[in-house]
Design a protein around this ligand. Structure first.
Ligand code: CTP
Ligand code: MG
Length: 237
């Protein structure tokens, strides 16, 4: 009988340069709880995920393991996100669905993971949550001059958790090894597309936004009902 397990890989091995908190971003607290802890708790409490593999900076494997629930396995990550996910995937042995979910999207509601898992089980090899783009979009040249309009029709902003049949994700990552597609892809669905795989969307959620900058962190804390001082905010000395 084939497995009925959902394993989530949580890439958390980035340094968080744009946040600039002086430690790996996934360990930065959001209203008192490290992002990686919120992300893992969100997945496990969704009821859609059986096991979690967290990919930590090699220097912070023990630090992450010490704050995470025992059910989360922690493995060292790589130089970029693609490498980190590949290392997490190598630690997944038995699953019928694999999710990949950024630690930095730590306020994502469990319903998104549920919808993604359901769509993979419906027979889709690769599933991404996505939302319409609110802003007007322009393509520009390297000097910042507008070179043309972009029709927003049919454009969506992509989030995580992304869900995959394990064989689809493994094939995409194997093909990405040493290829330029890996350098360009900012998510796993991009690697599946690069090998000609079909990717379908389910509705995302605004709360699944990625915490990238100090403003994002302040917005996350505001959503949780706490206020945080915004380092570098206009008006700071
Ligand atoms: N990530 C990872 N391994 C890397 C780089 C990124 O696991 N070598 C993870 C991050 O920890 C994060 C997710 O991929 O959860 C999305 O990346 P991003 O938001 O860019 O995080 P950082 O790379 O940490 O941030 P920055 O780019 O500002 O340094
Ligand atoms: Mg990054």
């Amino acid at each position: 009988m084939s497995s009925r397990r959902v394993v989530a890989i949580v890439p958390a091995a980035g340094s968080g340069e744009r946040l600039g908190a002086g430690r790996p971003k996934a360990l930065v607290p959001v209203a008192g709880e490290p992002m990686v802890v919120r992300a893992v708790d969100g997945l496990l409490s969704s009821g859609a995920v059986d096991d979690v593999v967290v990919v930590a900076p090699a220097s912070h494997v023990d630090a992450m393991a010490s704050v995470l629930p025992a059910r989360a396995r922690v493995v060292p990550g790589g130089a970029d996100r693609v490498a980190s996910v590949a290392l997490g995937l190598a630690a997944v042995d038995d699953a019928d669905v694999v999710l990949v979910h950024d630690a930095a999207r730590c306020l994502c509601p469990g319903a998104v993971a549920q919808a993604v898992v359901a769509a993979v089980r419906d027979g889709h090899g690769a599933v991404i949550p996505a939302l319409p783009i609110a802003d007007t979009v322009r393509r520009v040249d390297p000097g910042g001059r507008v070179v043309g309009p972009v029709d927003r029709t049919g454009l969506l902003a992509v989030q995580t958790p992304q869900g995959f049949r394990p064989d689809v994700l493994r094939r995409a990552h194997e093909a990405a090894l040493g290829s330029s597609a890996a350098a360009r892809a900012t998510d796993d669905a991009g690697l599946v597309e690069a090998v000609g795989g079909e990717v379908v969307t389910v509705p995302g959620d605004p709360r699944a936004f990625k915490i990238t900058t100090p403003l994002d962190l302040a917005m996350a804390e505001a959503l949780l009902g706490t206020t945080a001082p915004l380092a570098g905010a206009v008006g700071d000395p």
